[in-house]
Design a protein around this ligand. Structure first.
Ligand code: FAD
Length: 389
């Protein structure tokens, strides 16, 4: 089996991280690979795999029940993401939204009671979460231009507005909704449970990337939420930003995993596919593609391994995560394009796998902060000048 880890960089992981990595690899090969194209074609997430995924106990490898992170959590998350994305980025996104964004929102912003109610169920994938921040009017400006509002009303809150692109929300048990307080202008987080009157989710149709992830357009129409479901410990936008900081390293890992998968598919194909009487891997131009891809995945891997160690040591700042996201997304885009090219016309057939990586990269490139926005985060850090507005 081709292996993109040319320098054996993954050999330095702890035995537990290795075990997690192999467990996810086995799960992806046994359960996801055989059905993913069918679910891709139907724009549907294979929910029946959730009990199977539960058996791997993955969230408990990252988080403790009280919402604190386990030692080496970012690296462990990286292993899960790498192995999932190698086969199917959507599976990693389902997991990342639930065990990353939604879980971290409650872990960082919830009271002891809220954590006790939700975190154990989330760790066991008994309750699935979603994270509602982006709005139809835009994601980049959401910290300043958030239009969804909340208004205190007796012992509860009334939420109004819309959220767009919200992963898992068409079937999640709840969505963490971020809204601006009409009185104080402060950003607050709410646990909005599925079935709450005034909370409506429409599945977004027609995506050509990450088709297996179900994204929702949420409408909140005078939606009443009890005060006990307001995240009690948030500190305005700072908490939202902390959640995003915690998960951005995971998105950088998505780019690495996706590029790994595409490179390995291309190498296998170059060794099998014959033209002019020999495998196309004999040709210098094809070798050039392969070596370029290998250089990309090797350097991307070094970058995210270092970033994850910094994150786990408490040394990672926003600009560190942003730089990794910018670089890995761009290198991934280049890698999947070369991989697709190596397959010739067969590269656009879903059954050959590589086109799914190609399409999914476009989403990686633009979510959790677009390439431009993450670039500006780094630009601000190195120059001291903010170019956002
Ligand atoms: P816009 O903000 O409209 O940006 C459009 C373009 O303008 C981009 O190129 C951007 O970089 C550029 N731009 C904007 N401002 C500037 C500036 N100041 N300087 C230079 N360039 C600028 N959101 C959630 O809350 N929860 C989810 O679960 C979720 N899942 C997602 C899943 C998918 C598949 C996708 C595609 C998106 C998801 N998102 C989610 C939303 C995602 O985070 C946003 O798409 C992203 O933040 C970008 O926002 P936008 O798409 O509205 O683009």
């Amino acid at each position: 089996e081709p292996d993109g880890d040319f320098y054996g960089q993954l050999d330095d992981l702890t035995p537990e991280q290795q075990e997690v990595r192999l467990a996810v690899r086995g799960f992806m090969q046994e359960h996801v690979a055989p059905i993913m194209n069918a679910y891709w074609s139907r724009d549907e997430f294979p929910r029946h795999l959730i009990p199977e995924l539960r058996k791997l106990n993955l969230p408990r490898r990252i988080w403790n029940e009280d919402g604190t992170r386990r030692p080496g959590a970012t690296m462990t998350e990286g292993m899960i993401t790498l192995e999932a994305c190698r086969v199917d980025v959507s599976t990693a996104v389902f997991f990342g939204v639930h065990a990353g964004l939604a879980f971290a929102s409650i872990a960082l912003g919830g009271s002891a009671e809220q954590k006790a109610e939700w975190l154990p169920k989330m760790l066991d994938l008994e309750a699935i979460g979603a994270f509602g921040l982006t709005e139809p009017e835009g994601g980049s400006q959401v910290s300043q231009g958030m239009r969804t509002t909340c208004r205190q009303d007796g012992d509860g809150w009334v939420l109004s507005g819309e959220k767009y692109w919200i992963g898992n929300s068409p079937f999640s048990d709840f969505t963490v909704v971020w809204a601006r307080d009409e009185d104080t202008q402060e950003v607050r987080g709410f646990i909005v449970r599925a079935g709450t009157p005034g909370y409506h989710v429409r599945k977004i149709e027609g995506k050509v990337a990450l088709r297996i992830v179900e994204n929702g357009h949420i409408t909140l129409t005078e939606c009443r939420v009890p005060d006990s479901d307001r995240l009690q410990e948030t500190r305005g936008w700072r908490t939202t930003a902390e959640v995003l900081r915690l998960t951005r390293a995971g998105v950088a890992w998505q780019g690495v995993g996706c590029a790994f998968g595409a490179y390995e598919l291309a190498l296998g194909y170059a060794q099998r596919r014959e033209q002019f009487g020999k495998p196309i891997g004999n040709f210098q131009l094809i070798q050039n593609h392969l070596v370029h891809m290998l250089g990309n995945v090797t350097s991307m891997l070094s970058l995210v391994l270092r970033l994850s160690r910094m994150a786990d040591a408490g040394q990672m700042r926003d600009e560190h995560a942003s730089l990794a996201k910018v670089v890995t997304a761009a290198r991934c885009r280049e890698t999947v394009a070369l991989a697709r090219e190596t397959f010739g016309g067969n590269g656009i057939l879903l059954d050959n796998g590589v086109i799914k990586h190609f399409a999914d990269t476009e989403a990686i490139y633009s979510y959790e902060g677009t390439n431009e926005i993450n670039t500006l985060v780094v630009g601000r850090a190195i120059t001291g000048f903010s170019a956002f507005v």
